[in-house]
Design a protein around this ligand. Structure first.
Ligand code: AMP
Length: 248
């Protein structure tokens, strides 16, 4: 009888510790899959957009770019677009209160249920704090940081051509389109974004160092940061990023 009681107690204890150790197990014993959130960090023009497209294909999760969301709002002439436009054209950050609702609304849609890749968000410590609160504790979070010096950024921005239709990025020095002014991917018109003008790029770099670079330390302390050399060719950078994802 004593032995039977003891085994029952041990059984209950081990089930308890299993449940404590596995907070992904819900009340009805269905294991939850933690969602995967990848943050792409790096100065403006470091290649985040290009790499985001490749990474999201590789991972099968949507690419959420706050810059693209603002540009969509601007082209649709929404209230949010009108308010964001002036900040963007001057190379300033759009105030957090305009960014946060837009972003959290976007990532609450069903296509983000299994995970998503963030490009251009967070850009300030308060944004990172808000994201942290928004994410479930068991989120599989990884931050990939593209390291590129300012001199390279300025040169790249001068040559950067963005497709008005699909957002695909070419560069007149490093990856020119087959036909001048025309996007290889969708035949849309290629333009220089107003925020790629040199004086705007310099202002964006100043803002980056002041407000966004502290996030590198923030995520390093959380133990989720992988930094890769972003000056290499897009293919090499992609390989390093994939290696960073695997080693996380
Ligand atoms: P991007 O396409 O990511 O380079 O963003 C273009 C511009 O949109 C930035 O220079 C900012 O003015 C604005 N923007 C994009 N994301 C954010 C953000 N997370 N916080 C504040 N402003 C942003």
């Amino acid at each position: 009888m004593k032995t039977l009681l003891l085994s029952l107690c041990l059984g209950v204890t081990s089930i308890g510790s299993f449940l404590l150790a596995n907070d992904t197990v819900s009340n009805n014993s269905t294991p939850k899959n933690p969602i995967k959130v990848v943050i792409l960090l790096g100065p403006p023009g470091s290649g985040k957009g290009t790499q985001a497209v490749r990474l999201t294909k590789e991972l099968g999760i949507p690419h959420i770019s706050t810059g693209d969301l603002f540009r969509e709002n601007i082209s649709q002439n929404t209230d949010l677009g009108k308010r964001a436009k002036a900040f963007m054209n001057e190379g300033k950050l759009v105030p957090d209160e305009l960014v946060l609702d837009m972003l959290f609304d976007r990532v609450s849609r069903s296509d983000c249920a299994k995970g998503y890749l963030l490009d251009g968000f967070p850009r300030t410590l308060p944004q990172a704090g808000a994201l942290n609160k928004h994410l479930a504790a068991d989120t599989d979070l990884i931050v990939l940081n593209l390291d590129v010096p300012d001199s390279v950024i300025v040169k790249r921005a001068e040559g950067r051509l963005t497709c008005k239709v699909c957002g695909n990025v070419h560069n007149r020095y490093f990856s020119p389109p087959e036909k001048e002014g025309v996007c290889d991917a969708c035949q849309g018109e290629l333009i220089q974004r107003p925020d790629d003008r040199t004086e705007v790029v310099q202002e964006r770099l100043r803002v980056y160092h002041e407000q966004t670079q502290p996030l590198v330390e923030y995520y390093k302390k959380k133990g989720v940061l992988k930094t890769v050399d972003g000056t290499k060719s897009p293919d090499d950078v992609f390989l390093s990023l994939k290696a960073g994802l695997k080693s996380s």
